[in-house]
Write a protein that binds this ligand. Structure first.
Ligand code: FES
Length: 151
């Protein structure tokens, strides 16, 4: 996958060049590219003067980081208790069927990623689906199609 890595410099410029900046730098890279590209991890190791194995171990330790490319639209289905009781699983299955992928995967055209997440703290709105950081409340299975059409 081709990325514009010129943005990395501005990320590195925000922080002191040492190991203490590692998590903050990785968070900014993930925000920029939606995941941690291999080239960016190598650049991070060089610029912060830490070993690549250290960068990898931090990248794989935290669930918030992903080493896999993500789609343009990231759909997160809450699978906490309140959402589960109100049918989150059926919404998940419907989205998996429509997108022809399983939760945790990204469509081949890189348009959608489907993820299942733990309670997102909005149980009163259950079931909750988050599309690119936008919360959708009281989602019904019948809305699955529209979730993957518009924002
Ligand atoms: S269980 Fe889904 S928001 Fe809490």
């Amino acid at each position: 996958m081709n990325h514009d890595f010129s943005k990395l410099d501005s990320i590195f410029d925000r922080y002191p060049k040492n190991q203490e900046s590692l998590i903050a730098v990785l968070q900014d890279i993930q925000k920029e590219y939606q995941y941690l590209p291999c080239e960016a991890l190598e650049a991070t190791a060089n610029r912060l003067n830490v070993s690549l194995s250290k960068v990898f171990s931090v990248s794989t330790f935290y669930n918030a980081f992903s080493l896999k490319p993500k789609g343009e639209k990231i759909i997160r289905i809450c699978c906490g208790t309140a959402c589960h009781i109100r049918g989150a699983k059926m919404i998940q299955e419907q989205l998996e069927k429509l997108l022809e992928i399983k939760a945790g995967d990204t469509t081949a055209d890189m348009k959608f990623s489907l993820e299942v997440v733990a309670c997102v703290g909005a149980c009163a709105m259950a079931p909750v689906v988050i599309v690119n950081n936008k919360y959708k409340s009281n989602v019904k299975v019948s809305q699955a199609k529209s979730l993957i059409k518009k924002g």
